[in-house]
Design a protein around this ligand. Structure first.
Ligand code: NZQ
Ligand code: ZN
Length: 395
């Protein structure tokens, strides 16, 4: 078990009608003039946006708004947000939506506290030292951004998708009402379930074999999300199922399940190129890559993959061969992805195989021009990443 720091400052208000706390929470964190940031329209259709505005009005809290965040959010809109907030004297950011909206707000928060170009943070030219306070009303459980230290953004020019990690951007509060997720399309529900499981899988597949408590929590979380995820697709307005998934989404990525492990995140880095190149939904891209990453790195720690196979994927233990058990676990995950409507390879994700040129460019971008290696279980260089994309490219 490796040493760790666990820091999770976000105040969570969870349940039916939890939105009622909004004005008190904004005031508690010093908000007097709020940017309401949101996406492409789901919060308009659901009435949530109108409710937020009238709650702030009733509490005498001034607000401005900026909608239009797209999935895999763009830097250009964050620039617009920074300008708007400066002009309007905004002192608190409120993200109403999912990971894309939250991350866009996080980037605006960094930009407001920095005189230079906020992309400098993503280009390694500037280390953030402050961020404008942010609160969240979550409408899709998936990214875990409502409690995470991460903000992922795509630069429009060159479609470069990058993440930045810093405790500074962790939201001050997260309001989570599972009823708000009833309207999610099945594909987004399934992609969210995949992403949630993956945030813990990225921490679980490690060389560390002695984190008993962390393993027990991680396995319970992954099993719960897997079981509830499959059931909720047939019963989308089931509060209990939606609630389990929503809470798991936050715990999967606030590092609770990473205490004592060395996290990997290669699958995420390999996936980010699929989101930027093909506009793939993040969770679906993860499902298309993970089985192939797993096959590629399995030999690094077969017993860990076998443990996952038995305790999470639900396959019988073949005591004579951890490798065989591990492979059965990977196959069971592929079946699971198919059952919930997720792809399990690139042709299923994109509708055609990726070209060799696309693979080369994605591997180049993922390894930042062959200068970094990805992951920890096995450190992957450019050639390894190309090999994984090629494995994922077969139907
Ligand atoms: O834009 P609207 O109209 O709101 O529609 C959204 C969007 O089309 C829709 N949606 C959200 N809530 C809904 C709803 N539709 C109906 N009913 C609702 N209640 O769902 C679509 C996807 O939303 P998005 O915010 O893009 O999804 P998600 O939460 O999966 O976020 C994905 C982004 O987060 C990043 C991903 O890379 C991607 O850019 N990630 C951020 C992380 C972090 N900051 O910690 C970690 C993750 O690994 C991930 O990389
Ligand atoms: Zn993710």
């Amino acid at each position: 078990m490796v040493d760790f720091k666990y820091y999770t400052p976000t105040e969570v208000v969870f349940g039916k009608d939890s939105e009622g706390c909004l004005p008190d929470l904004v005031r508690k964190w010093g908000g007097t003039r709020v940017l309401i940031h949101y996406g492409g329209g789901s919060v308009v259709r659901s009435g949530l946006l109108a409710q937020v505005k009238s709650q702030l009005d009733a509490a005498g809290i001034a607000w401005v708004e900026l909608g239009g965040v797209v999935p895999n959010p763009r830097l250009s809109l964050a620039y617009e947000g920074i300008e708007l907030c400066r002009r309007e004297g905004v002192d608190f950011l409120l993200a109403v939506g999912g990971g894309s909206v939250i991350d866009s707000a996080k980037v605006i928060g960094y930009g407001l506290q920095y005189d230079g170009d906020v992309w400098d943070i993503y280009d390694g030219k500037h280390k953030p030292v402050a961020s404008t306070p942010l609160g969240v009303i979550l409408t899709i459980p998936a990214s875990g951004s409502e409690m995470s230290d991460s903000a992922v953004i795509t630069k429009d020019d060159g479609l470069i998708k990058r993440g930045c990690n810093s405790d500074l951007c962790r939201p001050r509060f997260a309001i989570m009402n599972p009823e708000r997720t009833y309207t999610l399309p099945p594909y987004q529900t399934a992609a969210g379930v995949t992403d949630i499981m993956m945030h813990t899988m990225e921490r679980y597949f490690s060389h560390e074999d002695d984190m008993l408590l962390t393993d027990a929590m991680a396995e319970a979380l992954m099993r719960t999300v897997k079981e509830c995820g499959e059931k909720v697709l047939a019963d989308p307005e089931n509060y209990q199922l939606r609630a389990q998934i929503m809470w798991a989404g936050s715990l999967a990525h606030n590092n609770l399940t990473g205490c004592g492990t060395v996290s990997d995140f290669a699958t995420h880095r390999i996936e980010h190129e699929l989101s930027s190149t093909f506009g793939a939904t993040h969770g679906a891209g993860l499902a298309a890559i993970w089985p192939h990453w797993a096959e590629y790195v399995l030999a690094e720690n077969p017993t860990r993959f076998a443990q996952f196979a038995v305790n999470v994927a639900g396959v019988p233990n073949d005591f004579r061969s951890p490798e065989r058990t591990a492979r059965a676990g990977i196959a069971a995950m592929v079946d699971f992805y198919h059952r919930i409507g997720m792809p399990a390879n690139l042709p299923e994700l994109v509708g055609r195989p990726a070209t060799e040129e696309e693979i080369a460019e994605m591997a180049w971008k993922a390894t930042r021009g062959r200068t970094v290696r990805l992951g920890n279980l096995k450190k992957l260089d450019y050639d390894d990443v190309v090999a994984i994309y090629r494995m994922a490219n077969k139907q």
